[in-house]
Ligand binder design. Structure first.
Ligand code: AMP
Length: 370
């Protein structure tokens, strides 16, 4: 269940545009979102469970919410929908919100939300992601449906694995058998060897200038909106990042130690400039394909991240997409080498607030919320 555009229009008709409040769950990229909202002149609301969560924002007065909603658990947000709407709240979703609420609850939350909640259906399954990204012209790591076919290093991903926890690497079928939990649903992916780059794009469907995404299929011949590259990171992952220091995979395995992929932080990076045309080509394809995923699809809106590996042949392999703000944009609260070229101090969080501000002025909020 989602929120249809008539319902959204009814809610927004009761909103006072001069009093819109940016609401965010106090986690993930909330410091950036709150800071950016404040820079753009919005009132802010933090949503938290537990005093400990709230207290540490005292250390960051530049991002401290104007108001708090304290809850016993995040699912209570569903019951507070009218309370949010009375306060003209627009919720900015991030990975933790979707995780805490569950994607079905998030999709049916009766509060205006930045971006397109419908896209979550495509983001939430590996098969659908592949269908979408390949339709957009991205090359993805090969998938093995039969473990007997493993003919090189692979990464095995369990369906419920979060933040890289529970993945493992296998070099051949024997390796796979030794480590696999066959009870759980999993995907076997070619282990793409190269360097990881997480590309943070922003798509503004209301802008008619800049790098315009060309429509395809039912939108052929149309300019769909402006694509921007805001920043790029690489994740720190424990303990695979440091694994090489301890010896070979084989030696460590004998001692019962396996590499793990748990995200602990993020580092800013840039890519070779000559790779940017292909990066834009992939992102453009992904955005234009998002409008063709189903009939009447609202398409991508706002921030999204292509998670890629660049091989020594200088080819991108895209292993995942996040269709919302990613925590990898947190190193760029003060701007990035890419966004600084256009406007200093433009974080993804601030870019979201800027988009809402412009849409309030132009009367186009329905185009960027869901
Ligand atoms: P994901 O949950 O898909 O974002 O993956 C978590 C981490 O696993 C990534 O940040 C990479 O370090 C690693 N990874 C995922 N897929 C692949 C792949 N096909 N090849 C190599 N490394 C991968």
């Amino acid at each position: 269940m989602g929120v249809d555009s008539n319902t959204l229009a009814t809610w927004l008709a009761d909103y006072d545009p001069s009093q819109i409040t940016i609401g965010v769950v106090a986690s993930h990229s909330s410091l950036q979102i709150l800071h950016g909202a404040r820079l753009e002149g919005f009132k802010t609301l933090g949503i938290a469970v537990g005093e400990n969560r709230r207290r540490y924002y005292k250390a960051f007065p530049g991002a401290e919410p104007d108001e708090w909603l304290m809850l016993e658990n995040y699912r209570e947000m569903l019951d507070y929908a009218e309370w949010f709407r009375k306060r003209n709240v627009v919720i900015i979703p991030h990975g933790s919100l979707v995780e805490y609420l569950g994607s079905t609850n998030f999709r049916s939350l009766q509060v205006p939300t930045f971006g397109n909640r419908g896209i979550l259906h495509w983001e939430s399954s590996r098969d659908r992601q592949r269908q979408w990204l390949e339709a957009g012209g991205c090359t993805m790591p090969k998938v093995y449906t039969d473990p007997h076919d493993i003919d090189g290093p692979v990464i095995v991903k369990y369906a419920g694995a979060k933040g890289g926890r529970g993945y493992f690497i296998a070099r051949d079928y024997r390796d796979f058998r030794r480590n696999a939990d066959l009870e759980d649903e999993f995907t076997i992916q070619e282990y793409a060897l190269g360097c990881r780059y997480y590309l943070h794009f922003f798509f503004d469907p209301t802008a008619t200038d800049g790098f315009q995404v060309q429509g395809r299929g039912s939108h052929a011949g149309q300019n769909l909106g402006r694509l921007e590259l805001l920043s790029m990171d690489r994740r720190d992952e424990a303990n695979v990042d440091e694994f090489y220091k301890l010896g070979s995979l084989r030696d460590l395995r004998e001692k019962g130690i396996e590499p793990s992929f748990v995200v602990t932080g993020n580092q800013p990076v840039v890519i070779r400039e000559s790779l940017l045309p292909r990066a834009f080509e992939m992102a453009e394809g992904t955005v234009s394909a998002s409008f063709e995923l189903e009939e009447g699809a609202k398409g991508m809106i706002g921030p999204f991240c292509l998670e890629t590996i660049v091989t020594d042949q200088l080819e991108f392999k895209v292993f995942e997409i996040s269709a919302r703000i990613v925590a990898g944009s947190n190193p760029f609260i003060g701007g990035s080498p890419y966004s600084d070229i256009n406007e200093p101090f433009m974080s993804t969080g601030r870019r979201i607030a800027r988009s809402i501000k412009k849409s309030i002025a132009d009367g186009t909020l329905l185009d960027i919320l869901s």
